[in-house]
Design a protein around this ligand. Structure first.
Ligand SMILES: *[C@@H]1O[C@H](CO)[C@@H](O)[C@H](O)[C@H]1NC(C)=O
Length: 446
């Protein structure tokens, strides 16, 4: 098998993981010194100097610490044609998905990548990076080799990392911010917004491939991994860090591909067909992605698929009593997100991971009615890497951000003839030129 073909396969699998599944990229932490260098060696340089500044954009590195001791890197980016200081527009925080880092928003050309587009429009762009990724900076006392370093799931990413990043951006800018999350970045937002008071610091949120309920995932391979309790097996083996770049990970991917799965078609069979993915750019993507995550995070996601609940991590009966004082882990209550928060969601007809039935449940539980953009031909990864994402997705999202909060529904209705979204119509289905109703079945607003 050629090296390039193998890289494609690994990338396909990574995308699959980009929302779900499988423990085969396990990197035992004691193997980290033997990591396969697929591309550039990890260096101490940050995201600014490795990706953003070389494209001509002013960028500064920031650091903040979570309440449980993780040190997160955050980048601030402004327009390529402007002054060196930060843009004067409103702050906007971009939060990447599973097995990704803040680089995800800058991997295509400046005309195609959301991070660059927002900076050029004058937004004060802040780039979030969760613990464990290449752009975060470890822990005040734990090492990445410690099992305890990886003892977290998206629950901590939401309630600790995201809350900390929002507080940090707010403390620097003294301004309410916009938020854009993709995939895991959407669970983090929904969980944090329903549990904490960060909502006071957020102006509006845009969720790409929104995920909270996972009971209807249809991807066969995910279901197989869940059914065979792969996540629990990994943990039982003593593996706590999931790392695609480890030697073991690469070897196992290789063996899976030879045995059971047609890897050439993996991207399609796992995420659904991504309409607008640039295959010629894959080698470049792989210089930055994928990033590590924790086995416990995967385990938490699989629990949600098994139980169909949007709840906290399940420690088992005694563990739950000890942690939560309850037999079952508490659920996140989506209906507690205040109606004053404006929400926009973009989702795809070919996304095999963010299922429409699950999204329906999320939307019906929200007290407010979010604005929805449905793209029939979009898969899970198109929302960040499609070569047409600016026209198909971002332009609509930015229109939504620009609608002033005070705009009354009557005013928005008047605009319906001109703008494609933001009308009183609950859901718009955009297929390039036509607008029609999408596939969600929405209940009455509460
Ligand atoms: C796809 O990627 C290649 C290689 O980086 C690049 O030259 C080309 O312009 C990209 N295509 C599009 C449509 O952006």
């Amino acid at each position: 098998m050629g090296r390039r073909v193998m890289l494609m396969e690994i990338f396909s699998l990574y995308i699959f993981f980009s929302f779900m599944f499988n423990g085969f990229f396990l990197g035992k932490s004691d193997l980290s010194t033997k990591e396969v260098n697929l591309h550039r060696r990890l260096s101490n340089e940050g995201l600014c100097s490795q990706l953003i500044q070389p494209s001509g954009y002013p960028c500064s590195e920031h650091i903040t610490q979570t309440k449980d001791g993780y040190i997160l890197g955050i980048q601030r980016v402004s327009s390529s044609n402007g002054a060196v200081q930060a843009n004067s527009g409103p702050p906007i925080l971009l939060q990447h998905g599973l097995f990704q880092g803040g680089d995800a928003w800058f991997l295509n050309s400046p005309e195609q990548s959301l991070g660059f587009i927002l900076a050029d429009l004058g937004f004060d762009v802040w780039v979030g990076n969760v613990r464990g990724t290449r752009w975060s900076h470890g822990h005040i006392s734990l090492s990445e080799k410690d099992e305890e370093f990886w003892d977290w799931s998206w629950q901590e990413l939401a309630l600790n990392d995201l809350v900390e990043m929002i507080n940090y951006v707010y403390s620097v800018t003294s301004s309410k911010m916009y938020y854009v999350g993709h995939s895991q970045g959407t669970i983090m937002a929904l969980a944090a917004l329903s549990q904490t008071d960060i909502v006071k610091k957020v102006e509006a949120v845009a969720l790409l491939c929104p995920i909270s309920y996972l009971g209807h995932i249809s991807a066969q391979f995910v279901l197989r991994a869940v059914g065979t309790h792969l996540d629990q097996m990994i943990l039982a083996m003593g593996v706590h860090q999931l790392n695609f770049r480890s030697e073991v990970g690469v070897r196992l991917v290789n063996s899976i591909c030879e045995g059971h799965i047609d890897c050439n078609d993996l991207l399609t069979s796992l995420t659904g067909k991504n309409c607008c993915f640039n295959n010629s750019h894959v080698d470049f993507y792989l210089e930055f992605e994928p990033h590590p995550s924790s086995a416990k995070n995967l385990n938490h996601l699989f629990q949600m698929i098994r139980k169909g609940k949007f709840g906290m991590y399940d420690y088992g009966l005694w563990g739950n009593i000890k942690r939560y004082g309850l037999f079952q882990p508490p659920a996140f209550d989506i209906s507690s997100i205040p109606t004053s928060l404006r929400i926009w969601m973009g989702y795809g007809g070919n996304d095999a991971l963010a299922d429409v039935t699950d999204l329906e449940q999320t939307v019906n539980e929200l007290k407010s009615r979010p604005e929805l953009l449905y793209l029939e031909n979009y898969g899970h990864i198109d929302f960040i890497l499609s070569v047409n994402a600016n026209e198909d997705v971002y332009s609509h999202m930015i229109d939504f951000f620009r609608i002033p909060e005070e705009a009354s529904s009557s005013q928005q209705s008047r605009n319906c003839g001109r703008v494609r979204i933001g009308c009183q119509v609950n859901e718009i289905y955009w297929t390039g030129s036509a607008i029609k109703a999408g596939p969600l079945h929405l209940g009455a607003p509460m």
